[in-house]
Design a protein around this ligand. Structure first.
Ligand SMILES: *Cc1c(COP(=O)(O)O)cnc(C)c1O
Length: 608
């Protein structure tokens, strides 16, 4: 298995890809009226188009899917991120699975309309000019969510500062804090300069937490930031909503106070300190966001609970993530849905009606996706996979807790199963962060075991450069989606939701979204909890051998399972539902009836 270096892939699709996936960009398109936009959504990364390298993984996909649903449902939103002129990296793997990286440079000025405004903020004790490029997310019936991608590559800026918005998750903590200052402080200043005065500021992860300082500065405009009172802070708090995304401690950015002073200046750093936002003497972006938000949530039921234990002084709610259905369902399935339940595009509740569609028709759509995926595999690697054979997919950012190699824990047993069930194919993909030596080692381990195991019964490939397009094809084309995180570190996970929407069941640890999505033998299978990895791996093999393979031999039963995945999980694990929950609970919370009664003049009457 030596992947050839032939990217980007030009594959003849079995059926045409959805036309809307890369919207045609009109550089002269007018910007929608920003004064009417009441919600500002901030994210360090946003996956806007497969052609733009402005995202790294799950967080950016979620942000993009959120905005795509906002556009479809005509939400009054606007979004802020960075331009990332040099993108997130393209991954290359050699025959041994050694990862190397290449920048993905792009030119926002050649691609997107300008925001037409520049703001100047003081960061690192010197003026920094920040401008932006506008990407319009266009919804199913034409509503637009404008996304402003901030850019410091402006004439007159310090030479080093001009590269501040180049690299997504690149550089050291100094570079990162500068970027977060651009996102939160300059982003907010620019929004206001553009005539946008949102009622709600939604921080997608702590990266944007410095926006609270900028709001506090505006709140005290006639006085000085050093005079900000608790009442001022409360005004800011009433505007802010914060979503935390990971129980992994390293996922919560923190910075030394000296660094904070050097970058933000003594006044801002002093304000953070005075309002009790330091944690263990450090500027911790999660704590800053917690302190200044009236609503905080985790991204699945369990993640909310885990976060509540991590941050006992704050109330943490849960809103379970979703995916944008029209972005992730295969073209063939979209055609079928358009024919049978056309309202699904703006109202994903109609996915339940998939129970009224003949299972074999759904199975057919999936089969086309599988053929298309295998065509891509052959183009990329020269290896032929057989569409008749049970195929597992495992693709995610490489991190220790995700345990990519659990599936390969007992190679002998895996091979034995493969022979017994008439063959097994496994597709892997995933990037390790360039600085993550351990993660890169994990990829090599998987590749090494795969090379040893590859035989006529068992085929394993590690595909390079896991990105939007590969993610879409994998979740549309494999038969079973595998996820084996170490509990409780998977906050939600969304790739399994993409799979479910395409009729692909999951085989996963009961963590993140799968706790809510798993109906055993109906939407997939749970890997039973054990206190050691070997036992969990054996349970995984048991399910594969005794539940999954026998069902796969019964096409009608398998098709009913595919139908259930869409009808049950597609109906819930989508961003239309997720966004409506943000509206009802976070953005403009509805007051429960009980509270209305208690707040009324009359005492509640007790029936005697
Ligand atoms: C969906 C997606 C992710 C996030 O999926 P997880 O299940 O959270 O790992 C990451 N990267 C890409 C390219 C995706 O499409």
């Amino acid at each position: 298995m030596s992947p050839t270096k032939r990217t980007p892939m030009m594959v003849q699709p079995v059926s045409d890809p959805p036309a809307a996936i890369t919207p045609e960009i009109d550089k002269n398109a007018a910007c929608p009226d920003l004064a009417a936009r009441s919600i500002a959504y901030y994210s360090m990364e946003i996956a806007l188009s497969p052609a733009l390298p402005t995202y790294s993984g799950g967080l950016g996909m979620l942000a993009g899917d959120t905005l795509r649903s906002a556009a479809d449902t005509a939400a009054p939103m606007v979004a802020i991120s960075l331009a990332h002129r040099r993108g997130y990296f393209r991954q290359m793997l050699d025959a041994d699975g050694q990862q190397t990286e290449a920048d993905v440079p792009w030119s926002p000025e050649a691609t997107l309309p300008s925001a037409g405004k520049t703001v100047t903020v003081t960061i690192q004790g010197r003026p920094l000019k920040v401008t932006a490029w506008r990407f319009d997310v266009v919804g199913a019936v034409g509503h637009i969510i404008p996304v402003f991608l901030l850019d410091t590559d402006v004439e007159g800026n310090d030479a080093w500062d001009r590269h501040l918005t180049d690299h997504l998750y690149g550089g050291d903590t100094y570079y990162r804090l500068c970027q977060e200052a651009v996102l939160g402080i300059a982003g907010t200043a620019l929004l206001h300069e553009l005539g946008c005065t949102p009622q709600v500021y939604h921080m997608n992860e702590g990266h944007a937490a410095l926006l609270t300082l900028e709001l506090l500065r505006e709140q005290t405009a006639s006085r000085k930031l050093t005079d900000a009172t608790d009442a001022d802070a409360e005004v800011v708090r009433q505007k802010c909503v914060f979503t935390t995304h990971t129980p992994v401690p390293a996922g919560h950015d923190q910075f030394g106070l000296d660094q904070a002073k050097a970058i933000l200046g003594d006044v801002r750093a002093g304000t953070i300190e005075r309002f009790g936002c330091l944690h263990n003497g450090l500027l911790n972006m999660t704590y800053l966001a917690l302190k200044f938000s009236r609503y905080v949530n985790g991204v699945a039921m369990q993640h909310g609970k885990v976060s509540q234990e991590m941050f006992p002084d704050y109330t943490i709610h849960s809103i379970t993530n979703g995916v944008h259905a029209a972005t992730w369902t295969s073209h063939a399935l979209q055609e079928l849905l358009d024919k049978e339940i056309p309202a699904w595009r703006h109202d994903n509740q109609y996915f339940r009606s998939v129970y009224g569609i003949e299972p074999a028709r759904i199975s057919n759509c999936h089969h086309l996706g599988k053929q298309r995926l295998f065509k891509l595999v052959e183009e990329r690697t020269g290896h032929q996979f057989d569409p008749k054979i049970l195929t597992l997919g495992f693709a995610r950012r490489v991190a220790t807790y995700k345990r990519a190699s659990l599936l390969l824990q007992d190679p002998k047993r895996l091979l034995k199963i493969a022979k017994k069930i008439g063959g097994l194919q496994i597709l892997y993909a995933g990037k390790a962060h360039p600085a993550d030596t351990a993660g890169k080692g994990l990829i090599k381990d998987v590749v090494e075991v795969a090379q040893k195991l590859n035989s006529s019964a068992l085929r394993i490939l590690y595909l390079e450069n896991y990105d939007w397009e590969l993610g879409a094809q994998l979740t549309q084309g494999v038969d079973v989606w595998v996820n084996t995180p170490r509990r409780p570190y998977e906050a939600s996970g969304t790739s399994g939701m993409k799979a479910a929407l395409n009729g692909v069941p999951s085989l996963s640890i009961l963590d993140g979204w799968w706790i809510e999505g798993c109906a055993e033998d109906v939407t997939g299978w749970a890997i039973d909890d054990a206190d050691n990895e070997a036992a969990e791996a054996q349970n995984l093999y048991d399910k594969l051998e005794n539940c999954i393979a026998p069902l796969y031999q019964r096409p009608n039963a398998w098709a009913r399972m595919q139908q259930s995945c869409i009808a049950m999980n597609g109906t819930f694990f989508n961003t239309h539902r997720m966004l409506s929950q943000y509206f009802a609970n976070a953005y403009f919370p509805q007051t429960p009836m009980a509270e209305l009664e208690l707040a009324g003049e009359a005492e509640p009457v007790l029936a005697v």
